[in-house]
Design a binder for this molecule. Structure first.
Ligand code: NAD
Length: 241
């Protein structure tokens, strides 16, 4: 039977690259975006034509329980081999200047979204006695970044969620891992000046920032049989950062 994967936040950046790699491996896809339904629909058509896979675009807020329930019921999603929790936002600014609403938005998009998708995906995977859950985290989740307290806290929590859920689901043969990305060339970093990006590249031992395709390749590895004994890990994809 054709394998099925759900990728959240797939309209651009890392999520889009992950969707492309999974389609190239023959996965049928459920893809989500927050606003860019036209772009996501066009991309879904491209992938369908290129790889002869089914590709269903969906618009909704992955931090909102009702939207995630709508995603699973309207498709409807009846089985899932791979869940990639990629949707995320950054917030840069002093903690004291952040409003409670801004804090909630970062936490709901980056962390609560993982809970909301997992609570609906896990029963399907338990039933099948297999599954792979991949959470996209950040180096800041372990290290903490100045002016990114909420973001760092959300990704630190994603790392803990990954480890705890991996233990909970191991008896059902479901593997749960996180990818802690370093600096990756996507629109999320568009607010940084050229100089800042050059500094971040210089701080990265490999001497450059990473590409979304490189993160997607790591996802393919963790979905593959080559990673059959890996669970509960936070894998750094960071050029040595
Ligand atoms: P991006 O801004 O290019 O893409 C983010 C995607 O998430 C978009 O498709 C957007 O529509 C979607 N999204 C945002 N809020 C959403 C919501 N509430 N519901 C549904 N979808 C939503 O960013 P990116 O760089 O591709 O980031 C992808 C993931 O990688 C994020 O979790 C991010 O934290 C993580 N990450 C990125 C970097 C980096 O340097 N780019 C580093 C570490 C971790």
């Amino acid at each position: 039977m054709t394998k099925k994967a759900l990728v959240t936040g797939a309209s651009r950046g890392i999520g889009r690259a992950i969707a492309g790699r999974l389609a190239s491996q023959g996965y049928d896809l459920y893809l989500t975006c927050l606003h860019s339904m036209d772009a996501l629909t066009e991309y879904a058509h491209e992938l369908t034509e290129a790889y002869e896979v089914k590709c269903l675009p969906f618009q909704g807020d992955m931090g909102c329980a009702a939207d995630v329930e709508r995603l699973f019921s309207s498709a409807p999603i009846r089985s899932l081999d791979v869940l990639v929790n990629n949707a995320g936002i950054s917030y840069i600014g002093l903690l004291q200047d952040m409003t409670p609403e801004e804090w909630d938005r970062v936490l709901s998009t980056n962390l609560t979204s993982c809970f909301l998708t997992c609570r609906l995906a896990v029963p399907l995977m338990v039933h099948a006695k297999k599954g792979r859950i991949l959470n996209i985290s950040s180096v800041w989740g372990a290290a903490g970044a100045s002016t990114e307290a909420a973001y760092s806290a959300s990704k630190g929590a994603v790392n803990s969620l990954t480890k705890a859920l991996a233990k909970e689901l191991a008896p059902s043969n479901i593997q749960v891992n996180a990818l802690a990305c370093g600096v990756i060339d996507t629109d999320m970093n568009a607010m940084h000046s050229r100089e800042t990006m050059q500094e971040l590249a210089a701080e990265t031992p490999l001497g450059r920032i990473g590409t979304a395709g490189e993160v997607a390749d790591s996802i393919l590895y963790l979905c593959s049989e080559h990673a059959s004994f890996i669970t509960g890990q936070v894998l750094g994809v960071n050029g040595g950062f």
